[in-house]
Write a protein that binds this ligand. Sequence first.
Ligand code: BGC
Ligand code: NOJ
Length: 813
Amino acid sequence: MKFGFFDDVRKEYVITTPKTPLPWINYLGSQDFFGLISNTGGGYCFYKDAKLLRLTRYRYNNCPMDLGGRYYYIKDGDTVWNPGWMPVKTELDSYECRHGLGYSVFTSSKNGLQAVLTAFVPVSDTCEIHRLKLTNQSDAPKNIDLFSFIEFCLWNAQDDMSNFQRNFSTGEVEVIGSTIYHKTEYRERRNHYAVYSVNKPIEGFDTIRDSFLGFYNSFDDPDVVREGKSKNSVAHGWQPIGSHHLKAELAPGKSEEFIFVLGYCENPRDQKFEAPNVINKKPANELLAKYQTSEQAQAALDELHAYWDKLLSTYNVNTADEKLNRLVNVWNQYQCMVTFNMSRSASFYESGLGRGMGFRDSCQDLLGFVHLIPERARERIIDIANTQFEDGSTYHQYQPLTKKGNADIGGGFNDDPLWLVACTYAYICETGDFSILDEPCAFDSDFSKAVPLMDHLRRSFNYTATHLGPHGLPLIGRADWNDCLNLNCFSEEPGESFQTFGPSEGPVAESVFIAGMFVKYGKQYAELCQAQGLEDETADVLGKVDQMIKVVEDAGWDGEWFVRAYDAFSNPIGSKVCEEGQIYIEPQGMCVMAGIGVEDGKAAKALKSVEEKLDSKFGIVLLQPAYTKYHVEIGEITSYPPGYKENAGIFCHNNPWIVCAETELGHGDRAFDVFRKTCPVYLEEISEVHRTEPYVYCQMVAGKDAPTFGEGKNSWLTGTAAWTFTAISQYILGIQPTLKGLGINPCIPSGWNGYTLDRVYRGVTYHITIDNAAGAQKGVACLTVDGVAVPGCVIPAEMVAGKQEVAVVVTMG
Ligand code: BGC
Ligand code: NOJ
């Protein structure tokens, strides 16, 4: 069943009923100010940090799940309704929510009145704009009362929902004209406040929640709205809110538009006040002056559209499959940008209170956005490297505001260091900017110890090379990519963190997955060494890589597939000798991507085993058989009921590893088949089963062992976005940035005749035509650039130097 449709021309997903299976959300904001908005207007906004600088309140685990947001109450006679249906839930005559790139538009109507509410964050201002247009589509005049409503968060979202003995006494506001200023804690250490304003004179306002709602009411029946009159309440303590009362007299056919601004303002510390305890309103006045007219708001929206059009022009494919086109050209890249902005902090599943930026998450996310925003990717790499320790190990997370490593969780996740090589290599392949390797980067944020980024990469590689276990495989530490495989943890007490309990480095538990990474990213590091003229180091690195390949082929190979790990007693995990968890997806994907066993058939065998043992109609499950009981020596993975999360769920993040691996073997049909299964645009028709948004990936789909097989959870903030974009854009469609220039080597279903693609790469636009009349799955028979034949699959950057555009034709066969 569908709950909407894709509007490809406008790059929007159009939701046609407010009653989606889960809240279907969108993100507003591209720089520092962000909002989450659901298809019923729910959600919240924050400045830079979802935990520390939260403007509006959101309640977790609420009932209904999505309650609280930016609510506009329209009172037309006795009927009260909201453009997003919630919270009053009056049956609407029409409803539509269009989630577009950085904006959402609600168009709904009731009794001949139409409301169009457009919400967005301007490209370079720290506010949300809510533009609300009311149109009288009936034959009679209408007198409308309009009430706005948002609930302020007292900035620190964690504290806001726990420290009531203090919070109920700190709230403060000022109201001047049509503007409500939320200034809780401004009297002391904060130098910022929130502002909520509308561009028209108001009839009244409220800033005390209980006055607005009535003490016994919920959001669906506010006293003030029922009575049609604001109380002009001024908050002192308790729960400050912002509500305006406006009137619209609308003759038949007439419209009126209101522009609401909800913004964040900051003052220099020595200019906080204009009079004792009266806040300096200069930044607010400047902000509000920019959004007083419809023309101003429209110009800001146009700028946002232009921003996205430019970003998305970097990679644009045209295949015969319109679903694939919309996924690749719009939604997958959009999700990659959201993961750049949010990391894993704020979604409807990530509360914005917990994790900062993950080290490995941020490095992998970069693979999906480096082509879109190379300069910001560069900055991100340096930020990440600055948190590394001198021995090459890393903090597992860092805080976006301070950019410092997060000491609560510390380090010891032994895959982390190698991801730094992966993202730096991807950045240089995209940009050709080797100068990043000379950039001085700190250790543990101590800039007095800064060394060039290249030396950080060296330490990443060497850390892994020097932390090996009894089989010669890398030590796993607290966990590798699979945060829940905690082989050194041994937690017996409820509530202990599986991630941080136990020694950060057990003496013997080893990871075949990290070994695969060591081979894949070790080879990339060797390429960087070579490009820098470091011949001895190149040879040394490649020697260690070769040695690791031998170890994997021996201790890491089980006869039919790659083993997952060895536990603290040196017993294998993910091997046929195990009772449960005999085969895991991760080492099959990573080892084959690294090229291990490609020549002697091990790779093909491993992927065959994946197909036989792990595949399902909704994707490849993480492991089989699922663990049915808790194993203290294996950790969190065995804490999940079978079929959920890492315990045999379909973890969307590593399905694309299998896609990439299949293309290494030239299996275009199979690669695309695997790709399709977890791809949301192909699941749109079964949204009642899949439940999460059909326009973005979710982290996990319940596996075949789960009672809710096929049900998605945890949408938006997942490394899946970057890896699926890598899999489809580079491995299937075959556009591969390399150190030397753009590589083109598709691996596609044999039934595809071909496709065209525009790719902006290092300032040159490549108009690419792939001809597959031969019905091949892989293989470049001929490659020409502006008619000139190029040997191999890589177009050397020098060949196109100075050109703006080139025409590339690739004949497969
Ligand atoms: C989840 C993992 C996640 C980890 C983060 C676990 O509970 O299952 O997916 O990576 O928490 O700390
Ligand atoms: C989600 C985490 O953000 C990521 O770092 C981890 O690799 C996966 N879960 C798998 O556990």
